[in-house]
Design a protein around this ligand. Structure first.
Ligand code: A2P
Length: 314
C-alpha cells in the first residue's frame, strides 16, 4: 500500500489503457464553473477528469484540454464522460454520444475520450442495450479508449453477461462507476426535458438501490461481482458528499488524528487501498490540494477493518 502514488494507475482487463487511481469529479460544476477547480486539480497533479452529459461541462473540459496542451499533453490526461438516455433510434443514440466526443475533443478526425459510461441503468433493458451498442460502436471506431457503465447492480451486469440482444464486442465492461448521492446532489441548473428525465432516473436509482461506495455503504455484492469479472470499480462521492455528521464521526476523526490527516484524506485513502478508482469533488482550492495529498501515509489493517465496520451503523 505504501507504493501508491499520485501517478498510480489500474489497467482494465484485456486493454492497455491505464486509469489514474485518483480522479477529479466535475459533478455540480456546470459550464464555466468547472474551469477554476479543474485547473487547480491539474496544477495539484490530478490527471483524471470525470465529466458527463448531465453535468453540462463537456465543452469547458474540451477547452481546458486545449488550454493546457502546451504544458500537459492530451495523452497524459484521462477524461471520462457519460450518457444516460437514448436518442430515439440506435443511430440517434450513437449521434448523441458522438456529440459528447466532439464537445470534448473537437470535430477533427482522431478526437477521443478515454472512457465513456452509460450513466444509469434506469432507462430499462432496451435503453441499456441501445446505449451499449452506441458505446461499442464508438469503441470500435477508436473514439473512446474504454467503455463502461455506472450505477449498475449485479442484475444489470448479469443481463449484459447473458448477452441477449447484445453484440458483446466488449465483455466485461471495463468500468462500473458506483455513486454515492441523494437529493442533496441536484445539479445547479437543469435544462430541458431530457436532462430532467435523466436526473429523475438517477435520483430514483440512488434512492432505491443506494449504490453508495464509502465506509458507510460498501456495495459489497456488486464490488465482489466486479472483482470476480475483472471490472474496475470507480467510487464517486467518496467524501459522503461532504456530509458533516459523517466526516466528523468519532472513529474517522480518531484514525485521521492518528495519521495527522483529515477525515476526507482518510476516506480517499480508504477507497484507494480497497483498490477502487476514487473521484472526490471539490470547488475549494485548498481541499483540491488536500484531497490529492494522500500518498504519504497508509491505513493499517486495523484502520481498514474499523472503517469497514461503519457500514453496520447505517
Ligand atoms: P466543496 O466543493 O465546497 O469544497 P463528494 O466528493 O463525496 O461528492 O463530496 C463533495 C463535497 O465534499 C463537496 O460539498 C465538497 O465541498 C466537500 N469536500 C471536498 N473536499 C473536502 C474536504 N477535504 N473536507 C471537507 N469537505 C470536502
Amino acid at each position: 500500500m505504501h507504493t501508491l502514488s499520485l501517478s498510480s494507475t489500474t489497467t482494465p482487463k484485456d486493454t492497455n489503457v491505464p486509469i489514474p487511481l485518483l480522479g477529479f469529479g466535475l459533478w455540480q460544476l456546470p459550464g464555466q464553473a468547472c474551469l477554476a477547480p479543474a485547473r487547480a486539480a491539474l496544477a495539484a497533479g490530478y490527471r483524471h477528469l470525470d465529466s458527463a452529459q448531465l453535468y453540462r461541462n463537456e465543452t469547458e473540459v474540451g477547452s481546458l484540454l486545449v488550454e493546457t496542451s502546451a504544458s500537459i499533453p492530451r495523452s497524459e490526461i484521462f477524461v471520462t464522460t457519460k450518457q444516460g438516455v437514448c436518442g430515439g433510434s440506435p443511430d440517434k443514440t450513437y449521434q448523441l454520444a458522438l456529440a459528447s466526443i466532439q464537445r470534448i475533443a473537437g470535430e477533427a478526425d482522431g478526437g477521443y475520450v478515454d472512457l465513456f459510461l452509460i450513466h444509469t441503468p434506469r432507462g430499462g433493458a432496451d435503453a441499456r442495450k441501445e446505449l451499449w451498442g452506441a458505446l461499442e460502436r464508438l469503441y470500435s471506431e477508436g473514439k473512446t479508449r474504454l467503455i463502461g457503465v455506472s450505477n449498475y447492480g449485479v442484475e444489470h451486469l448479469e443481463e449484459m453477461r447473458r448477452g441477449t440482444g447484445y453484440a458483446k464486442k466488449v465483455w466485461p465492461p471495463h468500468v462500473n462507476q458506483i455513486e454515492v448521492s441523494l437529493t442533496s446532489h441536484l445539479p445547479v441548473s437543469i435544462q430541458g426535458e431530457r436532462e430532467k428525465r435523466d436526473l429523475i432516473w438517477l435520483v430514483a436509482d440512488l434512492r432505491e438501490k443506494k449504490k453508495k461506495l464509502h465506509p458507510w455503504s460498501q456495495q459489497r455484492e456488486v464490488v465482489k461481482y466486479c472483482k470476480e469479472h475483472g471490472i474496475v470499480v470507480q467510487a464517486y462521492s467518496p467524501l459522503v458528499s461532504g456530509e458533516k455528521e459523517k466526516l466528523e464521526h468519532p472513529l474517522l476523526r480518531e484514525i485521521a488524528a492518528k495519521h495527522a490527516k483529515t477525515p476526507a484524506q482518510v476516506l480517499i485513502r480508504y477507497g484507494l487501498q480497497k483498490g477502487w478508482v476514487v473521484l472526490p469533488k471539490s470547488k475549494t482550492p485548498e481541499r483540491i490540494v488536500q484531497n490529492a495529498n494522500v500518498f504519504d501515509f497508509a491505513l493499517d489493517e486495523g484502520d481498514m477493518v474499523a472503517l469497514d465496520g461503519l457500514e453496520e451503523e447505517v
